[in-house]
Design a protein around this ligand. Structure first.
Ligand SMILES: [Zn+2]
Length: 375
């Protein structure tokens, strides 16, 4: 990478898969990869204090440009110390560009070559987001990694529409690079292309030509099957340079993470651990547990015997009681456990890659999840 404030060091590669262990250095500290970023949509990972968040093992968190630009406003965040100072997290932060929310949350989004015009999902207020404005907002937020504004399509979509969105994404990426001013912020390009393998490859090649300090694979986890997602990674990741971090946006379940790590992905983010935690669903090595189920009522065991998290100091029966009684501690404790689970899963993956045994690690986890799946 040209800028000395950011670098990616490749530490180990797996013998049987494309999995790799590395370290991504940023101005606010290092991130061990493969790594998982908890989602702090509104400058908070829902329900957790910063101290609790750090205790899960998280090294880097994600903030949402769309949400923060609407409320409280990027200028307010900038005045209160940027996103690091505002939320009190002094580790690395990545902000998305708002592209995904623009096409999933906002009302009446209209796209032109200039950018997107949309209505806020909060108050219907008309707003405009261009590639340049997305950079300006993220520079005010002061994240370590900013994302280019991309044109995201829901799947399935017509090939012609996907090709059009892909080309626009590349043109917007070029404008984003030209607009970026901060030297303490790395800008990542985003590969689009739906489920069209050749469009994915072409988009990746064009972005690599532009030269970004990191690359993301976007537009997945939008309704396609697990096999389709894997197929897109199989064709896309080999195009990306080995000396830059690779980030798979918005994915996913534990199985998605391990299959993506096996294909050479380094970074992940997903709301699943926290959203499912709030809904009484716990991730474990023996599959997911639905704590509202009656069978947990008198169960004295913790969610996982070897988990060091705050939730696992309690019985499954107690955690179930918290949800049945509508106590706020239930969603908080399960969010903590699930985030800890994801961090432990990634930590185990890094160790396994270092030993050259990632394939065996993946097989063992898969067997446990399948065996223990709750009806
Ligand atoms: Zn736990």
């Amino acid at each position: 990478m040209s800028d000395s404030k950011f670098s990616y060091s490749l530490l180990a590669t797996d013998a049987q898969t494309a999995a790799r262990r590395g370290r991504f250095q940023t101005p606010h500290g290092d991130v061990d990869t493969p790594g998982f970023m908890p989602v702090g949509t509104q400058a908070t990972v829902k329900g957790l204090t910063i101290k609790q968040l750090r205790a899960t093992g998280a090294q880097m968190v994600l903030g949402n440009t769309y949400h923060l630009a609407l409320r409280p406003g990027a200028d307010v965040v900038a005045e209160l110390g940027g996103l690091h100072g505002f939320m009190g997290w002094d580790g690395p932060i990545l902000t998305d560009s708002g592209g995904f929310q623009l096409f999933s949350l906002a009302k009446m989004t209209r796209v032109s070559e200039q950018g997107a015009v949309f209505r806020s999902h909060i108050d219907g207020h008309a707003m405009e987001l261009s590639p340049e404005r997305a950079i300006e907002i993220q520079e005010l937020l002061g994240s370590d990694v900013a994302m280019v504004l991309d044109h995201v399509l829901g799947l399935p979509a017509e090939r012609a529409a996907i090709a059009d969105a892909c080309d626009r994404t590349v043109r917007w990426a070029e404008r984003s690079l030209a607009a970026a001013r901060r030297t303490d912020q790395a800008l990542f390009g985003i590969v689009q292309g739906g489920l069209e393998a050749d469009l994915r490859v072409r988009c990746a090649e064009q972005l690599v030509e532009l030269g970004f300090p990191g690359y993301a694979v976007g537009g997945l986890s939008v309704g396609e099957s697990h096999a389709e997602m894997c197929r897109m990674l199989d064709v896309t990741v080999p195009v990306l340079p080995a000396d830059r971090p690779r980030y798979l946006m918005g994915v996913g379940r534990p199985i998605d993470l391990l299959e993506s790590v096996a294909r050479g992905i380094d970074l992940f983010d997903c709301v699943m651990p926290t959203r499912n935690g709030r809904n009484a669903l716990a991730f474990t090595d023996e599959g997911t547990l639905r704590l509202r189920n009656a069978r947990h009522e008198r169960d004295p065991r913790p969610l996982e015997a070897d988990c060091p998290c705050a939730a696992c100091r309690h019985s499954r029966g107690y955690l179930r009681h918290l949800f049945m009684a509508g106590e706020m501690l239930g969603p908080i404790l399960l969010s903590i456990h699930n985030l800890t689970y994801y961090q432990r899963l990634m930590h185990g993956a890094r160790e396994a890659i270092g030993r050259g045994e990632f394939a065996a690690y993946r097989a063992k986890k898969l067997a446990g999840w399948t065996r223990g799946q709750e009806p």
